[in-house]
Design a protein around this ligand. Structure first.
Ligand code: URA
Length: 430
């Protein structure tokens, strides 16, 4: 086969701050997927993109080219409107768990194709797999039938959506080219657009435990993704949210499920409730239900009923006991005062080291491992009060987890300023 372009010419164009045409980008993605472009050439290209950026048209073309390498789901046969949510990930971010059934309890379809955790941010599927019997893998028919009957589905994304992204992401991961806004935005949005949702709400996080620490960069990422979605005909909106402090009190898997169930029962930590309600309002607004009484469906049990139906439909027992850890260790306050710092990233790393996360794709997670926080920044503590409890199945892991937490929390004298980086929801885009 005679190739339409030469990879080296395209790399030089990006190296020299040039703009690639639609045809060139289509070829680049297709030829890389076919194995015509070598990994070392694509690494040079992704590094050129990371260093020199891409125009709005190029980002759109890259996204569409990645979508074209795989299948597109079609929800037009469903009797319900579809609305989806994507979070860029953070520490203690279990919001999908209460959110999907809450939104679905209004008769909207919420197709949540999710992933497993890698590194310090947890994966939604890992959390749900702590429920005995629950299975992440659904056939297309099962997926559609559950969307119709229950409304909410959280399951594993098959490899059929934007397969070029899978190959490219693995390459970026080992070549220092993950942190590029054009590459992140096209990677996330290619999968979401291919998934076929009519509406999408993005939770783009900034701060210590976020993928994009810098709020200005997180905003740029959010704006880029909102534009990409809108250009592709998906009603897209983003909330810019604070990830300086872990979300809620549970970091791990089984304990995050437990906390999500508390929210569905009308309780739970204030920050988890606030973000769940805010995202639900946005999703329902985009689905044409701006006045939906979201608090009412948490207090009234409708969201809980949908959760139970969603878990049962995937083989899980919503009443089964969740795994509990073999060993725990409590860390207590060494003085009276006020908790002024609780930095998300070290807590995420510590939970990961306790076994809640995985270092390699094929590693298992320990469902009962993690951290339960007993106080949040701003809370008064007395010497000896428990600050947090570490949980693991393997006590040899405590030492390195505690090492990660060195300097991550501080008890001071002043209530103000609380070092939590400001309000939970910083802005709304789109
Ligand atoms: N998540 C993705 O799916 N892709 C990225 O590039 C970054 C985060």
């Amino acid at each position: 086969m005679i190739e339409a372009f030469d990879a080296v010419d395209l790399i030089k164009t990006k190296r020299d701050h040039g703009i690639l045409t639609t045809e060139q980008i289509d070829w680049l993605v297709d030829a890389y997927t076919r194995g015509v472009i070598a990994d070392e050439q694509m690494s040079a290209m992704t590094m050129a993109i990371l260093l020199n950026g891409m125009s709005r048209d190029e980002i759109r073309d890259l996204t569409m080219a990645m979508i074209a390498t795989g299948e597109r789901l079609d929800f037009s046969g469903l009797s319900k409107r579809t609305t989806d949510k994507h979070s860029t990930g953070g520490v203690g971010d279990k919001i999908t768990l209460p959110l999907a059934p809450l939104v679905a309890s209004f008769g909207v379809a919420v197709p949540q194709l999710s992933g497993r955790g890698l590194g310090h941010t947890g994966g939604t599927l890992d959390k749900l797999e702590s429920i005995p019997g629950w299975r992440a893998q659904l056939s297309n028919d099962e997926f559609m039938a559950q969307l119709d009957a229950v409304g909410a589905v959280i399951c594993a994304a098959g490899s059929g959506l934007a397969p070029a992204d899978g190959k490219l992401y693995a390459l970026r991961d080992i070549t220092g080219t993950v942190e590029s806004i054009p590459l992140i935005a096209s990677s996330i949005m290619s999968k979401k657009i291919a998934e076929g949702t009519a509406a999408l709400v993005l939770d783009v996080k900034f701060g210590s435990g976020a993928f994009m620490r810098d709020p200005a960069k997180a905003r740029e990422l959010a704006e880029t993704m909102v534009r990409l979605g809108q250009d592709a005909g998906v009603a897209t909106r983003a909330l810019l949210t604070n990830m300086n402090v872990p979300l809620g009190l549970a970091i791990g898997n089984a304990n995050e499920v437990r906390e999500s169930v508390e929210v569905l029962a009308g309780g739970g930590p204030a920050d988890v409730v606030e973000l769940t309600l805010a995202l639900a309002r946005e999703m329902l607004d985009l689905a044409g239900m701006p006045d939906a009484d979201v608090e009412g469906h948490l207090a009234g049990g409708q969201a809980m009923d949908t959760w139970r139906a969603m878990i049962s439909a995937q083989g899980g027992d919503p009443d089964a006991a969740l795994p509990s850890p073999k060993e725990t260790q409590v860390v207590s306050a060494d003085r009276d005062g006020i908790l002024v710092t609780q930095e998300a990233l070290p807590f995420g790393i510590a939970a990961w080291r306790l076994g809640a996360g995985r270092a390699r794709k094929e590693d298992p997670v320990h469902h009962a491992a993690g951290i339960d926080l007993h106080v949040k920044p701003g809370d008064a503590v007395t010497k000896g009060d428990p600050l947090f409890t570490l949980a693991t199945d393997d006590p040899a892991r405590f030492e390195r987890a505690i090492e990660a937490l060195e300097g991550a929390y501080r008890i001071g004298d002043e209530v103000s300023p609380v070092e939590d980086g400001g309000p939970l929801i910083a802005d709304r885009i789109g």
